[in-house]
Ligand binder design. Structure first.
Ligand code: ATP
Ligand code: MG
Length: 217
């Protein structure tokens, strides 16, 4: 695997990025007819940092990700987004196009940003190498293992280098070794200057983050 700084250069991450920041001020949420899910949250989320959202099932981790994304307004409190131009989301169950090649999953979002096919393909292959997926580049998405598919989704996220990356349960159902590579991948994304927020039940993933925001004991 390439050294982390080489990987960062490979993905061209962080170049020209405005300084993003997200402030949570006394944020709480309850759905109609329900109780508040978590205590009032206060936090400042900064670039280059990984934040673990921990808590029991139903404590509101995915809900808080939706609030951070701006898809859901919190019932109380405010979310202030400074310099936030792009948000990426890696869902728990990797969704890909079964017959499309692995490399095309990374190429397509790069093309959408205006890159030429040639440049996008070169970049995509470098990113896949950083995520230990180079040998899979020309295979169809459908033949990937769960862990490979999860890494591909992270590779795609790092290629588009969002200011804020939201990741929901990236290591659920993965073996320890595969989970380790996902944790390394998260480190790579934050090293590129993204704010990374990861909802997780996995203590090792939480330990691999810079800070933990606990939604329940
Ligand atoms: N759209 C909704 N309407 C009503 N209740 C909801 C809605 N979405 C989630 N909930 C409820 O809010 C609570 C928190 O859900 P959420 O999915 O945020 O939990 P979680 O911490 O991510 O759980 P898990 O670890 O199982 O993924 C749950 O009780 C859930 O049923
Ligand atoms: Mg959840």
């Amino acid at each position: 695997m390439l050294a982390l700084n080489e990987q960062r250069e490979a993905v061209g991450a962080g170049a020209g990025r405005a300084r993003a920041q997200v402030d949570l001020c006394d944020v709480r949420h309850k759905f109609a007819g329900g109780e508040f899910l978590f205590r009032p949250l206060n936090a400042t989320l900064l670039p280059g940092q990984r934040y673990a959202l921990t808590g029991a099932s139903g404590s509101g981790k995915s809900t808080l990700l939706s609030i951070l994304a701006g898809w859901l307004d919190p019932s109380e409190g405010t979310v202030l987004r400074h310099g936030l131009q792009s948000i990426g989301w890696v869902f728990q169950n990797p969704h890909g196009s079964a017959r499309r090649s692995v490399v095309d999953h990374v190429v397509l979002p790069l093309l959408a940003t205006g890159a030429s096919r040639r440049h996008a393909e070169t970049q995509a292959r470098l990113v896949l190498e950083a995520f230990q997926l180079a040998h899979r580049a020309d295979d169809a998405f459908s033949v990937l293992s769960g862990g490979e598919a999860q890494r591909l989704m992270l590779a795609r996220a790092v290629a588009s280098s969002p200011d804020l990356l939201l990741v929901d349960e990236p290591t659920a159902q993965l073996d320890m070794r595969t989970a380790e590579t996902v944790n390394t991948a998260l480190q790579l994304v934050s090293a590129g200057g993204s704010i990374v927020v990861v909802a997780t039940h996995d203590e090792r993933t939480a330990d691999a983050c810079d800070q933990t925001i606990a939604l329940s004991e």
